[in-house]
Design a protein around this ligand. Structure first.
Ligand SMILES: Nc1ncnc2c1ncn2[C@@H]1O[C@H](COP(=O)(O)OP(=O)(O)OP(=O)(O)O)[C@@H](O)[C@H]1O
Length: 265
């Protein structure tokens, strides 16, 4: 069911990071981007896009092929340097920080093409990320608890190369979660999965948001993004076409013209 207001509802978020949140308190954005523009030579891939993500909120980025979603995603996570604009995370200007620095600060991402260390076990893959934040036994316990969270604990000892696509996607998510993020970027984590696996992933993403994580997701499957997102941004040719709650965006005439007529769903 779609929420009318993107701000997470209480009591879903009565506690976040040890702070008690009172019912009359509106959560401040954990991540915000102001007037982001990215140019590649003569191509303006992203033009003047602003956004904000609050703890527990799911922001969906949609738009036809070439709209600039991946480039915006990369600008937010540090893989591309914006030509203009500012990215603020946890109250700090991170516009010029490297991706790995942002990741350690709590801004983690998955990749469209998952890239595990194929010969390492599932647990070892997650440990590589967990060791960036913790040491020794603590890292191991944390890695294992992340595997439980994504439903891969029973595969902990299996080589990553033996996982099917749905489990590889979960492993990709586990690696990001091992960094103990406050905002998680999901780059097409659901596309390509069969319907039951899609539903499981939808459930997992919802759980993560309910635990207080801010989520930004790029996804081509419209019904998935529309059912999951609190707030949707639709881009076309790098520009903002429409934004708001999923219902508003899905019924926007420009969106229907630019995207829903597209044969992606
Ligand atoms: N490194 C680059 N150099 C030059 N142009 C680029 C580069 N990366 C992206 N572009 C261009 O920027 C525009 C936006 O591309 P982008 O991949 O961000 O769109 P997208 O919405 O993610 O598309 P898709 O849904 O197909 O993944 C496109 O015109 C693309 O060709």
């Amino acid at each position: 069911m779609t929420r009318p207001d993107p701000t997470p509802t209480l009591p879903e978020l009565t506690k976040f990071q040890g702070e008690v949140i009172h019912a009359d308190q509106k959560l401040a954005p954990i991540l915000s981007a102001e007037h982001i523009t990215v140019r590649f030579g003569g191509v303006t891939a992203v033009k003047d896009i602003s956004l904000a993500v609050r703890p527990g909120e799911i922001l969906g980025l949609i738009g036809p092929n070439g709209a600039g979603k991946t480039t915006l995603f990369n600008a937010l996570t540090g893989f591309v340097r914006p030509s203009e604009g500012r990215v603020t995370f946890g109250g700090r200007d991170v516009t010029h920080l490297q991706p790995q620095v942002r990741a350690r600060m709590g801004l983690a991402r998955t990749f469209q093409v998952e890239r595990p260390f194929e010969d390492l076990s599932v647990l070892e893959n997650v440990l590589v990320a967990a060791f960036l934040k913790r040491r020794g036994r603590q890292a191991e316990d944390h890695a294992y608890s992340v595997l439980e969270r994504v439903g891969l604990a029973d595969r902990a000892a299996q080589p990553a190369s033996q996982l099917n696509l749905a489990r590889r996607r979960r492993l990709e998510m586990a690696k990001a979660l091992a960094l103990e993020p406050r905002v998680l970027f999901l780059d097409e984590s659901i596309a390509g999965l069969n319907p039951p696996a899609q539903q499981e992933m939808v459930g997992l993403v919802r759980q993560l948001a309910q635990s207080g994580l801010g989520i930004v997701m790029v996804e081509h499957i419209m019904h998935v993004i529309m059912s999951l997102s609190d707030h949707v941004i639709c881009m076309a040719f790098g520009e903002l076409l429409a934004e708001g709650d999923p219902k508003h965006v899905a019924s926007h005439p420009d969106v229907i013209r630019a995207y829903l007529g597209d044969d992606n769903d």
